[in-house]
Ligand binder design. Sequence first.
Ligand SMILES: Cc1ncc(COP(=O)(O)O)c(C=O)c1O
Length: 405
Amino acid sequence: MTQNLNVFINATRFSAAPTMHVDAFSHAELSRALAFHRSIPGYAPTPLVSLPRLSQRLGVKSLHVKDESARFGLKAFKVLGGAYAMAWHISELVGEDIGKLPFEVITSDKVRNSIGEVVFATTTDGNHGRGVAWTARQLKQKAVVYMPRGSSEERLAAIRREGAQASIVDMNYDEAVRMSATEAEKNGWLVVQDTAWTGYEKIPLWIMQGYGSLMLEAMQQLHEVPPTHIFIQAGVGSLAGMVQGMVTSAWGKDRPKVIVAEAAVADCLYRSSRNADGRAVAVGGDLATVMAGLACGEANSIGWNILRDYSTAFASCPDFVATRGMRILGNPLPGDPAVISGESGAVTTGLLSILMQSPAHTATREALALNEDSRVLVVSTEGDTDPQRYRDIVWDGEIPSKQHP
Ligand SMILES: Cc1ncc(COP(=O)(O)O)c(C=O)c1O
């Protein structure tokens, strides 16, 4: 392992005049998504787990983990976005506001018969596609799902079990996104992609707003007292962009500090943040990392603009950061509950632990004002979505973190 953990403090741009509006992530907008999700049978807020012993050990005041492994039985937060965007699309076909179309109505035979067949197409590392496939099944519609080279067979099988036509293609994530958009165009399918690019913004914005439900739930669980720091992981930056947009909209200058964590091999936001002209930088190649959900080398254009203007820091995290986080959460200190957190889910806990405990990161810790007054929120965005991989890492010690600073 040659890679190091690198953190860039976004101070230069932080003080510059922001250009991005965050109204799309206001409380009112995100509440519409939450109202829709609440209408889905089986809906329950995912747990917000407090880890007092760990926070004491790390030297922060409190640490809360929003545990998305419990989301609709799908083990990841992603369905929040796909389901909301697909519902919006159908509500537009029907000509009704989404507020008037709860899940029961949108999945009814009446709506199905009135709109006819819709084929939803997407590219995924696993979690997003599973959410799209699950939603398509509820809507009695079809889903075509592509997965990049190196994708997990277990994750592929989980998507097929939801009834989708799913396959692994010999391309990286970003190439597969472009291919699926072309295939969709040819076949008249609707692209439900969890990232935006110029000219493709409507559906990804709905997806980002859909993710907002997890933040509204977390704030309710925190009795509306904002944390001082939020650590959030990013692939393309849709989730992180929503988090940053939401806290900026809600608290303005008094917002929590947001620290964005990426997989080092796919650290497009970290690299973009260091790019003097503020334009997004793409990362190519195989993007091989245990953090499958974060293996995306091209930023969401909406998310990047918000993160560039408002985020506190960007971290480029080698795999050992994620595996350390998985082991910490799965093997708690006495008195703390265990959280089953997958590779992409645990990287933020791993990052916090290293920043707080490693002498090599003292300056970063101080620059971020991470100390005994800090109230930290992390989101465990997935559970053991690849159970065998989870055991290889947590039981058998794959990708050790001991020797790394
Ligand atoms: C488990 C998990 N966490 C985090 C992310 C990152 O989200 P985004 O691509 O919006 O940055 C993903 C994306 O698929 C994911 O599956």
